[in-house]
Design a binder for this molecule. Structure first.
Ligand code: SF4
Length: 352
């Protein structure tokens, strides 16, 4: 079993990136096998619970209010709708349900609704994850008390490159939120995005930051930039595919006990590229936020790919029909609370 380290130097990480590709992937797969069942991949589903008009200026993001991307904005979803989507996701094989809101940080008046979402989704037997922007210590504790399993808050890129990507919140703001989440006892989901026009040194810097946190994030999403027309990074140069695989492999070697998630950008990768990422130590995927209806060709394609590769989804706790019926009944009982949400939202003249 490889030792877990938190003292990685830039030279250490650079030396891994510089390995011949086959040597790097072989080493990553070897370490992966020491820490995980090699043919198992964890599956999460992501739902946007509040979409667009975000006050932050992340230069890659379709949801930033700073750019005209033609995105349809949506207010905070009703709790019952979220529970229905969580049930759909569970039936499609997800073990974790991630709920994301395009906020700088949640307002205190939003908290009762997101806390209720956590409780009800957890009641379905799913692991819960939220990404709501920056959190105070008190908000993190409230989420922990509601039973939230994971909180996602990415570092995005290296500290050196960060100012070219986001100006409305600092790197330290992000580290502070991660510390609040850790202190509250919630598991951390934290990674970054590559293909932002950064140099390899920035990918090294990002992974060093993650790997030298006091506790490694339990989940490390590595995203390939999805270029969105209308954003400042809408036509940035493509990152070499092998460099992306190298980033996955180095993440695996630096954080052997963490789930490394193949996240955004997967839809532009062919099956062979995804298999190479699994070989390099990726062991988690998103089905993506399109998993909202019964017809979901992306999920079907993923199931087929898993079957072709002999990969099994990480086991989740099964929920009985009785528990499912009770969860739905509980959701209906919360209709009144959901109506309150609707009324409160209707009183806003802008989406924020
Ligand atoms: S904070 Fe999140 S939702 Fe808002 S612009 Fe940045 S990435 Fe997009």
């Amino acid at each position: 079993m490889t030792a877990i380290r938190h003292d990685w130097s830039r030279n250490d990480v650079r030396a891994l990136f510089d390995l011949p590709f086959m040597d790097l992937v072989f080493r990553a797969q070897t370490v992966h096998r020491q820490h995980f069942e090699p043919n198992t991949v964890q599956v999460s589903t992501l739902l946007s619970i509040k979409t667009g008009a975000c006050p932050e200026d992340c230069k890659y993001c379709s949801q930033s209010g700073h750019y005209d991307t033609g995105l349809d904005k949506e207010k905070l979803l009703e709790i019952q709708k979220v529970v229905e989507e969580a049930l759909n996701a569970k039936e499609k094989g997800a073990s974790r349900f991630c709920m994301g809101a395009a906020w700088r940080s949640p307002r205190d008046k939003d908290m009762p609704y997101v806390l209720e979402m956590v409780k009800q989704v957890k009641g379905l037997g799913l692991e819960t994850c939220m990404t709501l922007g920056m959190l105070s210590g008190e908000q993190a504790q409230q989420l922990a008390d509601a039973g939230l399993d994971y909180y996602n808050h990415n570092l995005d890129t290296s500290p050196e490159h960060y100012g070219k990507i986001i100006t409305t919140r600092t790197y330290d703001d992000r580290l502070n939120t991660l510390a609040h989440v850790r202190e509250a006892g919630i598991k951390v989901c934290c990674g970054g995005i590559v293909g932002l026009g950064e140099a390899r040194e920035d990918r090294i810097g990002l992974l060093m930051q993650l790997a030298n946190l006091p506790v490694h994030p339990e989940s490390v999403p590595i995203n390939m930039l999805v270029k969105i027309a209308g954003t400042p990074l809408g036509d940035v140069e493509d990152l070499d595919s092998f460099e992306f695989v190298r980033t996955i492999a180095v993440a695996r070697l630096l954080m052997p006990d963490s789930h490394v998630r193949l996240s955004a950008g997967r839809e532009t990768m062919n099956d062979e590229m995804q298999a190479l990422c699994f070989m390099a130590g990726a062991n988690s995927i998103f089905y993506g936020e399109k998993l909202l209806t019964t017809a979901n060709p992306e999920a079907e394609h993923d199931r087929l790919l898993f079957a072709r590769l002999g990969i099994n989804p990480e086991r989740r706790q099964d929920v009985s029909d009785e528990a499912r019926a009770e969860a739905i009944a509980q959701s209906v009982r919360q209709q009144q609370l959901a109506s309150l949400t609707r009324d409160a939202m209707a009183s806003r003249d802008t989406v924020n």
